[in-house]
Design a protein. Sequence first.
Length: 255
Amino acid sequence: MDDKRLGRYLLLLLLFPLALAYCSGDRYRYPCQDPANWDKDYCKMPICDVNRTCPEHIFKGQRDPRLGPPADKADAPKVAPIRIDDTEIFEHGEDDATAKGIENGVKPTKLTDKGKKYAEEVGEHAADAKKKKVVSSEVARAKETAGIIAKVARIPHEVNKLLNTWNIGDYDGQKAGSFKEKDWVSRPNDAPKGGESFNSFKDRMVKAYKYAVNAPKTEQIITHSKVTRAFEALRDTKGVWNDKTTKTFLHLKGN
């Protein structure tokens, strides 16, 4: 085949899918973007490789949609927990204080509609995962979350005060950001008025972490963001709180 004939052949291969797309008038820029064409010869190797219009070229390195969702995500819960070994730990649903941009510690608050929907989704996951019990902190928003989970999954609900969030005392109910976490960490023996010191909080977190690690895998644990951050920091230091744990705890907050 001489150079002119080869050139014409390649030009035809290039123009054919473009002409097809033009004539079809559909919403796809390239014919091989259309799932209906994935079985056509011009969307298969080696033909589509000549003009780089195969689906793998068009989707530019993204997961090939022809494969469907990854197997490890297809049946994943809608709400992702953190994991300590095999223990799943969820935070409570959104409460009215968070929605209004208010600091929330241990004072009672109520879940928003969004928070209740979240709790229902976790409850569905608990049922699918055959959890036998839900355990929450004794703080109202965590208890309300766990109560919804218990109802949806038809399992009992217990409380464990080790899972309580950091008691920020008089900062509770003030504008979000009023409680300067880093400042109180730098003064670990001092406590906000009506609250607890960082040393008290971190010592409790070590006990709570040990509880979570040793809890039956059939327990669904519901707690707070400060607690899950502490757990993630402790996971990196194998349950021992040291300077690295403190740095990780603050880093996860963005301090």
